[in-house]
Design a protein around this ligand. Structure first.
Ligand code: AMP
Length: 488
């Protein structure tokens, strides 16, 4: 059933125009925190480097230096934002870091995190991964009470809620603020030298605790611990508020429990790095499992299994293992294509894909090829890819997708286009096959995907099913995404 907040059909009358869903806040992010570790900012730089896939638009680090918060942040990749000198200017044993990808136009520098302020109790820094679903509602109240907002990011409400709390201790102020949030939040919060690691009650986004020397590290993914040689200690549980001060780690009262866990299955499908472990699951292992299951659900006779690199490599290996059809490197990806690359005006429509991928003719010519991708979103890249693969001489092209059709936008922190733009929402698999120009098309079923990871509990699959667990408060109240009714 399509939830009432969303357009019921893509062509019929709706109370929300599809186009108004285009400009949702897109908050794909990575966060890190360091407590009780020498040169914390330099290590934050390294760990953000390994979380670069979670956000390429801006990066920031705040360090507590001589009891005072200092911050360096800017637009661009981690390596562009920080020079060796900039990091040297951030000495200290406590630091918070953030990488962000936001397409909410034009405000990248403004919305770079961590958000750092000085309030009654001292210096406060917040780094947020996820998306609050009641940020407009909270913001309206806060603005009414006199709060002045400096960014357009939903995360800023957290700063105001802490600073305006009437509780008397810092722990209680943080708890008070968190109890008012809805939606998805994995947070690192620094108040002076105290660090808090927090996950929302459904646990949409990942967050792990590691140890290094005499201190502790918090990070979105385990790959950020690996790069430091830090030891994985445990995941931050959903709903947990963990207080960390150097060696000492203490659980504060948890947030009200949600009935079901809802970690985002799309992290396993596409977003996280395959060398990370999320919620006790190897991302590579999950993707191979999706690929194996896909081969069972959609077998086809062919000569080679080819991945759309790099995100579909694991799923393609799984398909190959299950089917016995050899995995071949039929597509190469250029890793040096920046987001800011300027497109010359006299180029064909496939230019974007052509810049990124090139077929290997020797692998494809005269062969029946199974092309495995991790997900189909707009379908534009895939359409171009199929064209190149055919031009390289493939005899048959069978497209296989390691997840179900993406049919709904994400309100919990993954950048997805509007329903109108999602090919799986507009067209049936047969129509998509025709549009892509493939000989056959097969999606992994929702049941099949979930069965691969079901041992690990329940998941959020809203982008596939339209089943939104955390209430979409702002949408219900008519605060349409991208619409900023609050003047501030
Ligand atoms: P397309 O169907 O042309 O929009 O592109 C699908 C490809 O985009 C897949 O191969 C995925 O690897 C990748 N992808 C999936 N989700 C996202 C996302 N949220 N942001 C960027 N790329 C994505």
């Amino acid at each position: 059933m399509i939830p009432k907040h969303l357009p019921q059909t893509l062509s019929g009358p709706t109370d929300i125009k599809v186009s108004q869903l285009d400009d949702r806040p897109h908050d794909e992010c990575g966060v890190v925190g360091f407590s009780g570790i020498d040169a914390a900012a330099q290590l934050a730089f390294l760990s953000l480097y390994s979380l670069q896939h979670r956000g390429q638009e801006s990066a920031g680090i705040c360090a507590l230096t001589g009891g005072e918060a200092r911050v360096q942040k800017g637009v661009g990749l981690v390596a562009d934002v920080f020079s060796a000198d900039a990091l040297k200017a951030l000495p200290g044993r406590t630091a918070v870091g953030h990488v962000r990808y936001s397409t909410a136009g034009g405000s990248e520098a403004l919305n770079a995190q961590p958000i750092v302020v000085r309030y009654a109790e001292g210096d406060l820094a917040v780094a947020h991964n996820g998306n609050l679903t009641n940020a407009h509602d909270l913001k309206k109240r806060l603005v009414g009470e006199g709060a002045i907002f400096q960014t357009t990011s939903d995360s800023e409400v957290i700063v105001h809620l802490i600073a305006r709390s009437r509780e008397s201790t810092i722990d209680a102020q943080v708890g008070d603020a968190l109890s008012q949030l809805e939606g998805a939040f994995s947070l690192v919060i620094m108040v002076n030298e105290i660090m808090y690691a927090v996950r929302d009650p459904r646990g949409y986004r990942p967050l792990v605790l590691g140890s290094l020397d005499a201190g502790h590290v918090i990070a979105s993914e385990t790959c950020a611990l690996d790069i430091l040689g830090a030891t994985y200690v445990r995941d931050i549980e959903r709903g947990a508020v963990v207080r960390i001060e150097g060696k000492t780690v203490r659980n504060l009262p948890a947030l009200p429990r949600a009935e079901h866990a809802a970690p985002c299955v799309f992290e396993l499908v596409y977003f996280a790095r395959p060398d990370s472990h999320l919620w006790g699951i190897s991302v590579d292992g999950a993707r191979r499992g999706f690929g194996r299951r896909l081969a069972q659900e959609h077998p086809v006779e062919a000569d080679a299994v080819v991945a759309v690199p790099d995100s579909a490599n694991s799923a393609a290996l799984g398909y190959s293992e299950q089917s016995g059809i050899p995995f071949e490197l039929g597509l190469l990806r250029n890793h040096y294509v920046g987001r800011t690359f300027i497109k010359p005006s006299q180029v064909d429509r496939d230019f974007g894909a052509r810049m990124k991928y090139n077929p290997v003719r020797e692998v494809l010519e005269g062969r029946r090829v199974i092309v495995v991708d991790d997900s189909l979103v707009r379908g534009t890249t895939s359409r171009s890819l199929v064209k190149f693969i055919r031009q390289a001489g493939a005899k048959e092209v069978h497209f296989r997708i390691g997840s179900p059709p993406v049919r709904f936008p994400c309100f919990y922190g993954i950048d997805m286009p509007s329903r109108e733009e999602l090919i799986g929402s507009r067209l049936t698999p047969d129509e998509i096959a025709e549009k892509l120009g493939v000989d056959s098309l097969g999606y992994l079923s929702l049941e099949g995907m979930l069965s691969v990871v079901s041992e690990n509990g329940s998941f959020c699959d809203a982008c596939f099913s339209g089943n939104y667990a955390a209430p979409l408060v702002d949408l219900d109240l008519g605060y349409l995404p991208g619409n900023h009714p609050i003047k501030c």
